[in-house]
Design a protein around this ligand. Structure first.
Ligand SMILES: [Ca+2]
Ligand SMILES: [Ca+2]
Length: 474
């Protein structure tokens, strides 16, 4: 009898602990959700575990739930973009779709709201030249200078050639497709004159067959015929003798995996870092730092297209075009998905140089000897340093920070770049240190000295603050 009571008591205690643990877990889960919900949607960042499932297409069911209209029989909705296409007070929806599962081409569908009926309806549909869903950016732009915003759809086709499709909006008959084409480079050039708006021209560049030259075709808007007409065709110099290793996006990404800086405007230095392990593109200026998740990467020769977004759920996509110009030089162009005719330009485009130009050979990962530094360190005043490949920790002046640590060689300095990542996934503070190490006879690190530093247009600037000294403990 006594034994039975003891067993019962043990069971009660065990049940109590299980219930308590479950309750604690539920509270923690709820707190986390509340915290995440408090972050504005566009600022939410999710760190991907592995970039393995990036080619996964969204399930048609979830897309159809987000779409404001229902698909026709056989039709497949792939992506919805909420966007104000006509400059009025209501948002429309642009839906990227396929006519059937067997179809290899994509269409766009504009779903408009009828205030009279209180419902969305199928306003317009038309085929586009882009076939790679991830690459597509839709923008309302008045390409024809008649005061009505047209629809510009940019993206990539199956050969990773750049595509452009222009839907002209007529005053009374909706949209009409007035241009659709592909090229190794294709772009819409808007005249730089807001006083006296003039139609944009389209410039298509294609390989010419002769070395160092490209065939450039220009199309201009013919107002009378309401179409883009071929205006000129010429061979232009296209010198880029740089031969990057490999032909795939992965080789390009490895080559890019180092710190790039832009110093063309000394008052506004910019940096670009491709965090291959973290699957992110980190853009930095003196004021802000942005961490963009790379959703897809496609390569065409010396050009790389990265489709990025601020969070997994975000519909606001950014297409980053990176041209490898020389072994230590890239040019960067950015096209943002817009929600209205207003276009944001944060000034990231331009020519960037490799910060580690001196020491880097071709196609080297930008982390010399990082493995040597991995481990735990203790310093004065309870300061702690933990360097690990996936997550690093820095406790300085009683402040705990966890995030991602990277090493670069920068003009002869070894720099430790630490980006703090908050529990909700947001990137926070960035700390830079010039690192020097004391090694024992077998090369193992004994102590490190971290000197607080900044990276500016003139290279590494050491801050004259007391360095932090850490002793390696494991
Ligand atoms: Ca609208
Ligand atoms: Ca127009």
């Amino acid at each position: 009898m006594k034994r039975r009571q003891t067993t019962l008591r043990r069971i009660y205690i065990a049940v109590f602990f299980v219930a308590f643990a479950l309750a604690a877990w539920l509270v923690a889960l709820q707190r986390q959700e509340v915290l995440q919900a408090a972050v504005p949607i566009e600022n939410r960042t999710v760190i991907l575990e592995a970039p393995s499932d990036k080619n996964e297409t969204p399930s048609p069911n979830s897309m159809q739930q987000r779409a404001t209209i229902t698909p026709l029989p056989g039709e497949l909705f792939l992506k919805t973009i909420d966007i104000n296409v006509d400059d009025d007070e209501d948002f429309e929806q642009v839906i990227l779709s396929k006519k059937s599962t067997a179809s290899s081409s994509l269409e766009i569908l504009v779903s408009d709201f009828s205030p009279a009926l209180g419902v969305y309806f199928r306003y317009f549909e038309g085929p586009i030249a882009a076939t790679e869903l991830d690459s597509i950016i839709v923008q309302p732009v008045d390409a024809t200078a008649d005061g009505l915003p047209d629809l510009i759809v940019q993206g990539l086709d199956a050969a990773n050639d750049q595509t452009l499709t222009v839907f002209w909006r007529s005053p009374d008959r909706g949209y009409a497709r007035v241009f659709s084409g592909a090229g190794s480079e294709i772009s819409l050039h808007e005249p730089d004159n807001s006083e006296n708006p003039a139609p944009a021209s389209i410039i298509v560049q294609a390989p010419s067959g002769s070395a160092g030259m490209a065939l450039q075709t220009t199309y201009t808007w013919n107002r009378r015929l309401s179409s883009f007409e071929k205006n000129s065709e010429a061979l232009v110099r296209h010198d880029n003798n740089l031969s990057l290793a490999g032909a795939d996006a992965q080789a390009f990404l490895s080559w890019l995996n180092r710190l790039w800086t832009r110093g063309s405007d000394p008052s506004d230095p910019r940096s670009l870092f491709l965090d291959v392990q973290g699957n992110a593109l980190v853009l930095g200026s003196l004021q802000i730092q942005q961490r963009w998740i790379i959703k897809s990467a496609a390569r065409n020769g010396n050009r790389l297209y990265l489709t990025c977004s601020l969070s997994e759920a975000s519909g606001l996509t950014r297409l980053v075009e990176i041209d490898a110009e020389a072994q230590d030089e890239i040019s960067v162009g950015i096209i943002d998905q817009q929600v209205s005719r207003f276009r944001r330009d944060e000034g990231w485009s331009g020519t960037y140089s490799a910060a580690s130009a001196v020491q880097q050979g071709p196609l080297q990962a930008g982390q010399p000897d990082f493995d040597l530094f991995l481990g735990r360190y203790l310093g004065n005043d309870d300061s702690v340093l933990v360097l690990a490949p996936s997550k690093s920790i820095i406790v300085l002046d009683k402040k705990y920070r966890e995030g991602i640590a990277r090493f670069y060689d920068y003009n002869g300095y070894r720099v430790l770049d630490f980006l703090q990542i908050q529990p909700n996934g947001l990137a926070a503070e960035r700390l830079l240190f010039v690192v020097s190490a004391e090694q024992s006879g077998d090369g193992a690190i004994r102590r490190v000295r971290l000197v607080p530093a900044q990276i500016g247009p003139n290279g590494v600037q050491i801050e004259y603050r007391t360095p932090y000294v850490f002793t390696k403990t494991s």
